[in-house]
Design a protein. Structure first.
Lengths: 364, 364
């Protein structure tokens, strides 16, 4: 099965990518994970009813002891309360240092279960099995795990690399349309920040991607994972600044999510608007061409992602950006494109330019 | 100032050991810790009133922004609830990736504050400033941080190395006598497991150690830290088995603590009994001489640590040891001495031998 290698010295691992591969996961991974005799399978109720039962059965047919822990779905449950409950349940299930945590679900479950794995007995092995496009191309790769505080998202967590990531594109067939398209925003992001030929591939194959043809899905997931793996290998803990390029569109995007109380836009939709704002800012600063901005806009529109919002609310977004954990001493820093396939970090952007870029993405 | 180096590649750090050095901590450490402009000082109420104010004043005179977070004292507060509260307080104090957490106190504060540092924004720099002998020679060195679950101690946590450990022996002058002597049990342990000449030093200098003479304290703290640093450098995450030798006396000791509900014995007192039981077991297995056991016993008694208990309760201890997180599939494994200064791990000890070793430490 094709796989992507994430090179991180003694924390290296593989991302397996295929279609209808879920039933073969355990037999394949057991070759790489020693003394695996107990699994803590963590997923939400809906995923358990569909995919969770499949995974449980394949684990059981292997003779393995398995504990299924169901967590409530939704971002609001990526919380200290859910984490504390998981810890107690893991203890009650006699989880020990040889147990393997399997996180089956989207980003919320992956982040929460990964953080539980990182902290139970000071760290258990875990496997990410992402079931949404967003989790496949973004949150399941790179070792960021964690929870939210009531006042701020992703404020608590650990860098804790999985022992394997298992991606079965078949999981996406039942994903709601809007959630699938939301994941495509991060896919477009990889093209803009790192790979023009991948961007062209997306332009050319937009319809088969939207139709969720399995080879199209496998291609975009594989290339996205390869690109993310390269960045993570070069800057695992976000210390050199390189990993920050993955935040293209995210400073604007997080502010959009925060000011709409995470209710109006899905994450990828907010990132689509954020990349459009960042693109305008880059054009305004003379770094990027109008033509490139148009290509980005057209590709996002082809994936039916938002590129305009009404009203613009520049002042409110500006204020939210000041609270972003990446903002240092009030200076506005942005990852901005210089051409399709290349970005750089620009420090200390003028508030006027930033506000005008927000307003440019308004159809008022 | 004399210091001990802990070699852990990019996680290496120094342990500074001196007397009346607390006022110079910040100016010295600032040379090693870049961009340190905000401190989160974590301690309990009693320590804040005595040493915390000193540290705060020296930080403030340096012009640094400082947030003092007071945690309740006592093992029962090394909990998920205390951790969650610390996270929120750190956020309210605008703690960011450039902040440094300073843990000032004994093992409870060090473990809790260290785990908060490990998990806030996926990891902040922190400094351990141990104020008890036990914390100086054991918990502040080696990167084990964490909290208890209601059902089990130290079940949740992370390996997170401090950026520095700062030891001022003067802090021990106000420590209650029983707590000071409790810390000496771990000091004796280092002699038995790793260094016969250190053991002899302890035998020869028992009275100046008990009198808390500052050069005696500095000597025993320095040698204990050197020995622990060597073990930690060789097996940071307890994967090779080497670090397990630090558990000499602890399988028995933890069972004694658990069966007396952590109320009757201080940790070091339970370890003193545990080492005596382990010593008896080693003699019974023909690994150790009666004479060595007597030397260990006499040294522990010189430090007025318990070497007999009444009644023996072997059955209850045996049951508690089965629940220890180091027990695998019910097999009783012990770290046992072969001579003073050397131990090995013995797997699958017979329950009869173990029970008899417990009974040998009874004065009934």
């Amino acid at each position: 099965m094709p796989s992507v290698h994430v090179e991180l010295a003694d924390r290296s691992y593989s991302i397996s990518i295929g279609t209808k591969t879920l039933p073969h996961m355990v037999e394949t991974l057991k070759g790489h994970i020693n003394s695996w005799t107990h699994t803590v399978l963590i997923c939400d109720e809906r995923i358990f009813e569909t995919l969770g039962i499949q995974v449980r059965d394949s684990l059981q047919s292997d003779g393995m002891r398995i504990s299924c822990l169901i967590v409530p779905s939704g971002e609001e449950n990526k919380s200290a309360a859910s984490l504390t409950k998981l810890w107690s349940e893991m203890l009650a299930e006699r989880t020990d240092r040889k147990s393997v945590v399997v996180a089956l679900g989207g980003g919320v479950v992956g982040d929460l279960a990964g953080f539980a794995a990182a902290t139970f007995m000071r760290g258990l092995r875990f496997v990410q099995v992402p079931t949404t496009l967003l989790a496949m191309v973004d949150s399941s790769v790179g070792g960021k795990t964690g929870i939210n505080l009531p006042e701020a998202k992703n404020m608590i967590g650990a860098f804790w690399q999985p022992h394997a990531v298992w991606i079965d594109s078949q999981c996406l067939q039942s994903l709601p349309d809007r959630e699938y398209r939301s994941g495509l925003a991060e896919v477009v992001k990889y093209g803009v920040i790192l790979d023009e030929s991948f961007f062209k591939y997306l332009e050319t194959n937009a319809s088969s991607i939207l139709a969720r043809e399995s080879n199209a899905i496998e291609s975009i997931v594989r290339r996205s994972c390869e690109l993310k793996a390269q960045v993570v290998a070069a800057d695992e803990r976000e210390t050199s600044g390189l990993r920050a390029i993955l935040n293209y569109g995210h400073t604007f995007g997080h502010a959009i999510e925060a000011t709409t109380e995470y209710g109006q836009y899905l994450h990828g939709e907010a990132i689509s608007l954020g990349m459009t704002m960042a693109g305008h800012l880059a054009v305004k600063l003379g770094m990027w061409t109008e033509e490139s901005l148009l290509r980005q806009r057209n590709l996002l529109r082809a994936f039916r992602l938002p590129v305009q919002r009404q009203p613009a609310q520049a002042a409110e977004l500006m204020e939210a950006m000041q609270l972003d954990k990446k903002t240092e001493h009030g200076k506005l820093n942005f990852v901005l494109p210089t051409k399709i396939g290349h970005v750089k970090t620009v420090a200390g952007c003028s508030p006027t330019d930033v506000a005008q870029s927000i307003e440019a993405v308004s159809n008022a």
